[in-house]
Design a protein around this ligand. Structure first.
Ligand code: DX5
Ligand code: ZN
Length: 220
């Protein structure tokens, strides 16, 4: 069967209470914590960086699924690894010329390399990274334009997920943006197994219920 990784996006949490928000998600059944790192340049928003990962790491052993929406991802590998990041997912649009070096550097520092793509980037662009001698271990298909939580899920992106799942039966495929009870079945049936959810989980009266609903949809 498929193993789901449910990853609440901490972008929707109360950043002033990050440790308790993380604990709340983990006790509600989250597998991973999704950390949105934005530089105000690759995307029109500025969020957190490695100092915040350092602080959070002191409070949890959880898998920190870092999503780098930055222009120069290679510049962040060393500090994020030292900070305690678990996964390092960079954007293909920001690494066209150096993804081999980047993947190598991420792996050598003990993090799991992933590649993300924006909605209008064709899926073919990630094939070389999945098929490389030193491959990425996850593909993140963005289902909104990166930059902000709370946007509307783009169902057209499910074609990318289906194509990837068909080509790579055991690849981790993550979806991010607008996932919740009303969209999860589209993503799960297309073949996504790693699910990022921000506003739908943090906005729920009972996050545990939403997390288990997401998991059941992927694992059924
Ligand atoms: C958007 C971020 C997402 C975002 C998801 O750029 O990558 O992780 O926080 O939030 P929701 O689930 O609210 O769309
Ligand atoms: Zn994200």
């Amino acid at each position: 069967g498929v193993t789901a990784k449910i990853a609440p996006s901490m972008l929707s949490s109360d950043f002033a209470n990050l440790a308790s928000e993380a604990r709340r998600m983990l006790t509600s059944g989250a597998d991973w914590l999704h950390m949105d790192i934005m530089d105000g340049h690759f995307v029109p928003n500025l969020t957190i960086g490695s100092p915040v990962i350092v602080s959070l790491r002191k409070h949890t052993d959880a898998y920190l699924d870092c999503h780098l929406m930055v222009t120069n991802p290679l510049d962040y590998v060393e500090t994020l690894a030292k900070a305690g990041a678990s996964g390092f997912t960079f954007h293909i649009e920001a690494s066209k010329n150096n993804w081999k070096e980047l993947v190598q550097s991420i792996k050598s520092r003990g993090m799991k390399p992933g590649v993300a793509l924006k909605p209008w980037t064709p899926i073919e662009e990630v094939y070389p990274l999945v098929e490389a001698e030193n491959p990425v271990e996850m593909v993140l298909v963005m289902t909104v334009e990166p930059g902000f939580g709370g946007q509307k899920f783009m169902p057209e992106m499910m074609d990318k997920v289906r194509v990837l799942r068909k080509k790579y039966p055991s690849l981790d495929i993550e979806v991010d943006g607008g996932l919740g009870p009303s969209t999860i079945d589209m993503a799960a049936s297309a073949g996504a197994n790693c699910i990022v959810a921000g506003s739908s989980v943090f906005g729920a009266p009972e996050p545990a219920q939403v997390i288990s609903l997401l998991r059941n949809s992927v694992e059924k």
